[in-house]
Design a protein around this ligand. Structure first.
Ligand SMILES: Nc1ncnc2c1ncn2[C@@H]1O[C@H](COP(=O)(O)OP(=O)(O)O)[C@@H](O)[C@H]1O
Ligand SMILES: [Mg+2]
Length: 301
């Protein structure tokens, strides 16, 4: 008989994704615990030096990291430390903390992508407003548009398209500036579009085009997901990108520039898959649960 595995799903809001995962993990003989990183803390009086509610005696067999949650810089750092501690205690994390850190900081992802030869839009990340303005002036001279993103953003929130390359505001005194790729669809609909490819253990498991009436094509910004069959190049770069950050699974955002060249916008190591699920008969949560269990079992063997 299979030994029951005690696994945690970390989130501060156990939504549809947590429920889907729980159902599939239970089918694989797992006992699933919903926990929040907010409730775990370092406690040096304990043998393993970490307190996880309900895990006073034994540690979990693995942790699926769904949501880290909002908070101050200190709160987020503390929660990431919990994940570092779990890694040090040899608990398999899905995704690993190193992967999560590399992809949460958009500037690090951009560096890795461009340094390792994966095409990504031209990007500059200064702290000084003076430098940011100089960069934007050069963009104007070349008749290019720029986009300003928060370093740790998601769901298209707080992103500004700088049509005139004018800087009205700063986001946390960091200027993540990128060349705005004109990806307006050349179809009759004339919508804006990009692609989201979900990769798990070096395989593409679902792919969509996201189209929207406005420039930001996140599903949470109102974009419509449309199933696509990705071409060879799209598959190749999505898998390469996820391997670059050693992701167990990742949502890779890809855009077509005005010359139809593919460029990677970002790698999401905690991607939502509700939009993707609507476009495929595959059970995404089941695929992720299996891959997570595989990682746990690999560690044990
Ligand atoms: N360089 C760019 N050129 C054109 N559109 C972009 C660019 N960067 C981002 N976008 C648009 O903004 C959306 C969100 O950007 P992204 O970098 O993926 O950040 P987030 O983490 O908020 O999803 C993208 O899906 C795309 O529609
Ligand atoms: Mg994105």
């Amino acid at each position: 008989m299979k030994k029951i595995k005690n696994v945690i799903i970390f989130s501060n809001n156990h939504d549809w994704h947590s429920k889907q995962l729980k159902k599939e993990l239970q089918k694989l003989s797992c006992k699933v615990f919903y926990r929040s990183l907010e409730d775990c803390y370092i406690n040096t009086s304990l043998k393993k030096k970490i307190y996880i509610p309900g895990f006073e005696q034994t540690l979990p067999d693995g942790c699926f990291v769904r949501i880290i949650g909002k908070g101050s810089f200190e709160q987020i750092t503390r929660r990431l430390t919990i994940l570092h501690v779990l890694k040090a205690l040899k608990i398999p994390l899905f995704n690993d903390i190193d992967c999560i850190e590399k992809t949460t900081d958009k500037s690090m992802t951009t560096f890795l992508l461009s340094y390792f030869g994966l095409k990504t839009p031209l990007t500059w990340v200064p702290e000084k407003k003076r430098i940011a303005k100089e960069i934007l002036q050069k963009q104007s001279k070349k008749k290019l548009i720029s986009i300003l993103k928060p370093l740790f953003g998601s769901q298209g929130k707080r992103i500004k398209i700088l049509k005139n390359n004018k800087l009205n505001e700063s986001l946390d005194n960091v200027y993540y500036l990128q060349n705005f790729e004109n990806n307006k669809s050349r179809t009759s609909e004339k919508n804006w579009e990009d692609y989201r490819i979900l990769v798990c253990h070096q395989k593409v498991i679902a792919s969509i085009k996201r189209t929207n009436k406005k420039e930001l094509t996140n599903i949470s910004q109102g974009a419509r997901p449309i199933k696509i069959n990705p071409n060879k190049e799209m598959v190749k770069i999505a898998i390469k990108a996820s391997s670059l950050v050693k992701a167990d699974y990742a949502g890779v955002d890809i855009i077509k520039d005005k010359n139809e060249k593919l460029k990677i916008l970002e790698i999401n190591s905690i991607p939502a898959w509700k939009g993707l699920q609507k476009t495929t008969k595959k059970n995404i949560a089941a695929i992720l649960a299996k891959a997570f269990l595989k990682k746990i079992n690999k560690k044990k063997s």
